[in-house]
Design a protein around this ligand. Structure first.
Ligand code: HEM
Length: 319
């Protein structure tokens, strides 16, 4: 008995070394209750200012959290700047000239450091900020699990390998999320973040000029600012009706074949996700609930054990 228990434990420990552990039980909503009780208020106020100044920033911060968590866990690895001797994730394919909001995280960190020096990780700041971003844009709120640490490493190759691209099929989206312990339902709910924010023409050109499952009026409208050649960086809203409102319009758009990216429309294209997309399109409350749960689950992704970590003092560089 004892030996088999020890064996299973050793096996689990070995698995944890090889795979990211999903960190159940390690995080707590009260993690900073004694050490930095004001952190949530600081994050909320900086986020409120940033979103008031530019609503898209809310979207950008939500995406920043996703791109942090999917690459070796929510460990603020995405925030590390490249140096002469270190190449991080910022310039990896899915992030370069695309992920934004780093200055907002810096502004939060400066205030949090002034209030509670060396206490709150950058990874926790991103988790809190993304919760606030969703809520400030009109979406749900939830209790954020806290206690993450910041990694002293980053992985451009994992960023390139783990983050799904806009040309993905439904099956590859499901498997990219499954690789992180997230279900097809989690994936479908989390994709609803594309109810806010903008995408560049180069990512949806193929869809608006070539795909059959697109609403013709929508395609024509998008073609106005996304020519067949040139204009790669021109932006379009994911949701052109309520571009900055965190609502369930992503799903009503998909049902109307008004998904912007190929990968978006894959969730409503005669496949297994169709039924849930239809439900979310008719039930904003169900979407809000599932989205919040899935964000907590994604926020539980941890770096592999053994990864060197710390509470960074400056989110852009290791201590
Ligand atoms: C399911 C697979 C996903 C794919 C293929 C995907 C792909 C993309 C692409 C190509 C863009 C536009 C980038 C650019 O133009 O530079 C984008 C933007 C965005 N993504 Fe995703 N994404 C996915 C899932 C998610 C998830 C899970 C979230 C958050 C929970 C998210 C949140 C966002 C947001 C909010 C934006 C707009 C950002 C802004 O305006 O700055 N995405 N995504």
């Amino acid at each position: 008995m004892g030996t088999s228990f020890a064996r299973s434990f050793a096996l689990l420990a070995l698995l944890c070394l090889l795979l990211p552990c999903h960190g159940k039980g390690k995080l707590s909503t009260k993690f900073y209750a004694k050490s930095c009780s004001g952190v949530a208020t600081i994050v909320r106020s900086v986020m409120a200012q940033a979103v008031a100044k530019e609503p898209r920033m809310g979207a950008s911060i939500i995406r920043l959290f996703f791109h942090d968590c999917f690459v070796n866990g929510c460990d603020a690895s995405i925030l590390l700047d490249d140096t002469a001797t270190f190449t991080g994730e910022k310039n990896a394919g899915a992030n370069a000239n695309s992920v934004r909001g780093y200055e907002v995280i810096d502004a939060i960190k400066t205030q949090v450091e002034a209030a509670c020096n060396g206490t709150v990780s950058c990874a926790d700041i991103v988790a809190l900020a993304s919760r606030d971003a969703v809520n400030l844009l009109g979406g749900p709120t939830w209790n954020v699990q806290l206690g993450r640490k910041d990694s002293r490493t980053a992985s451009p190759s994992a960023a390139n390998a783990n983050l799904p691209g806009p040309g993905s099929s439904a099956a590859s989206l499901v498997s990219a999320f499954a690789a992180k312990g997230l279900s097809a339902r989690d994936m479908t709910a989390l994709s609803g973040a594309h109810t806010v924010g903008r995408a560049r023409c180069l990512f949806f050109r193929g869809r608006i000029y070539g795909e059959p499952n697109i609403n013709a009026t929508f395609a024509a409208a998008r073609q106005q600012t996304c020519p067949q050649s040139g204009g790669d960086g021109n932006l379009a809203p994911f949701d052109d009706q309520t571009p900055d409102a965190f609502d369930n319009a992503y799903y009503t758009n998909l049902v109307a074949q008004r998904g912007l990216l190929h990968s978006d429309q894959e969730l409503f294209n005669g496949g297994p996700a169709d039924a849930l997309v239809r439900k979310y399109s008719g039930n904003a409350g169900m979407f809000a609930n599932d989205f919040a749960k899935a964000m907590v689950k994604m926020g539980g992704l941890m770096p592999a054990s053994g990864t060197p970590t710390e509470v960074r003092l400056n989110c852009r560089k290791v201590n």
